[in-house]
Write a protein that binds this ligand. Sequence first.
Ligand code: ATP
Length: 233
Amino acid sequence: MLDVKDIETFYGSSQALFGMTLNVQAGEVVTLLGRNGMGKTTTISSIMGILQPRNGTVTFNTTAIAGAPSHRIAKLGLGLVPEGRQVFPNLTVHENLVATASNRRGDPTPWDADRIYALFPALQPRQSSMGNLLSGGEQQMLAIGRALMTNPKLLILDEATEGLAPLTREEIWACLTRIKDDGMSILIVDKNIADLVRLADRHYVIEKGRVVWSGSSPELLANPEIQHRYLGV
Ligand code: ATP
């Protein structure tokens, strides 16, 4: 579904990605792991067209997307839940959900607001609350809901549980498990490895802008050396 090959991305003259390569198959949940500053967000931004890789290719379902504008990439079916949530502060919960909703590829069972409220019951009584009045957990649920309302084929989450209380984190992981069970492909950047090995099929560990290890959840669990050396676990 998503094939990232040998991408090199720069901030001005400073190189952040040195031949990043990864892929996500349909129905898979894949993670991007690594310590701070190793290039996870830069990789996501390079996939989503926020940054333009100088070299390499990004292919989504046979369409070459590296260097394409973000709105065109989103239209193809990539839904981003950005780092820091970025919900619209001066729109209500309901307005946040419907503002960018679309079903461009004609999904026969599209996500709508009712399905989002069923997935995140905490949002239901908050429908008329402004985005900036929500708790961090509610904002994160709203950010995920807003991405789902674009009916993506691949959902990309950048640090979706950062700064959240353990119980709220659990709730987010449980919802992502349900979305996965529905057949959604998901690419996740996060630091909670214990939760991720339960949810994800495969992992890429990155250091200094390139992949240094990849494997399944059982392989990662069986490899304390990798966990310690590259993830500080
Ligand atoms: P974190 O978990 O801290 O977000 P990350 O793995 O997502 O880390 P990136 O944010 O992708 O890492 O950063 C990769 C490298 O690019 C780092 O060396 C960082 O300093 C650099 N970098 C990131 N954003 C910029 C920017 N706007 N301008 C210049 N350099 C940047």
